[in-house]
Design a protein around this ligand. Structure first.
Ligand SMILES: Cc1cc2nc3c(=O)[nH]c(=O)nc-3n(C[C@H](O)[C@H](O)[C@H](O)COP(=O)(O)O)c2cc1C
Length: 230
């Protein structure tokens, strides 16, 4: 057999292998049914985006109530009879280690004084923390890397109690669920937010709550720009 014949046979073999393998890997493309935006949840999911520029406009106290409830409140109607779920987010072993804090700037919320508050899911109340001016200043300083975020009227801090949690890694899932709830309720309320992370936040409450580690901070307010109409 001359070289030319061998070369032709190798080429044909190669093409044959290519054709066979393309059949083996053939992917079937299945079109999904069309998206239908039919209710407020669909709209909120579709609208959700990070808002980093805020208008100088106070939030309503009722909006704060809904925000905190969505973040980590107790479910209305009591404990779920089938699953025993109690809170707005899933929690490993139902331990619920998250702690939600609200920092209100001067005039940031109608009918609520400026300051740092701890949200109490069981009673759906706010506990005003005292002597926190230094902490509040530190929180705003941490935002220096993204100065526009400092203009938000309120800031939600999501942390967790190290004594209660099953570990940092698992708790991050729960923080993510709470943050997504905050994102979605914001869209529903016509306001906006963004997840802000910084390792400097971790020990920010150490002076008053040594066991609390803050994971994320979410500035909340009316968006400065409305790019899309829904
Ligand atoms: C874990 C996490 C950390 C984030 N940290 C920051 C942050 O520090 N600063 C910021 O401006 N955005 C932050 N973001 C928001 C992302 O930048 C944003 O989600 C991304 O640009 C996609 O845009 P979208 O949220 O509008 O869809 C963070 C998002 C996640 C999920």
């Amino acid at each position: 057999m001359n070289k030319r014949k061998i070369f032709t046979m190798v080429c044909m073999l190669f093409i044959f292998v290519l054709i066979i393998s393309s059949f083996i890997n053939a992917e079937e493309k299945i079109n999904l049914p069309p998206i239908k935006i039919e209710n407020s949840l669909h709209r909120a999911l579709n609208k959700r985006r990070s808002i980093r520029d805020f208008r100088n406009k106070s939030l309503k106290f009722s909006q704060i109530s809904m925000l905190l409830w969505a973040a980590y409140g107790r479910k209305m109607g009591g404990i779920d009879a089938i699953t025993s779920a109690t809170h707005m987010v899933a929690s490993p072993n139902e331990l619920y280690p998250l702690k939600i804090y609200l920092m209100v700037t001067e005039g940031g919320v109608e009918d609520l004084k400026a300051g740092l508050y701890s949200y109490q899911p069981d009673t759906h109340t706010l506990e005003k923390l005292t002597k926190t001016i230094a902490i509040q200043r530190k929180i705003l300083n941490i935002l220096n890397s993204q100065r526009n975020l400092k203009e938000a009227p309120v800031f939600i801090l999501i942390g967790y109690d190290k004594k209660i949690s099953l570990g940092r890694e698992l708790t991050f899932y729960e923080v993510g669920l709470s943050a997504q709830n905050i994102h979605l309720i914001c869209e529903d309320l016509g306001i906006g937010t963004v997840i802000f992370t910084s390792s400097q936040l971790e020990k920010i409450l150490n002076g008053i709550f040594p066991d609390i580690e803050i994971i994320t901070l979410m500035p909340v307010g009316y968006p400065k720009w409305q790019l899309r109409a829904f």
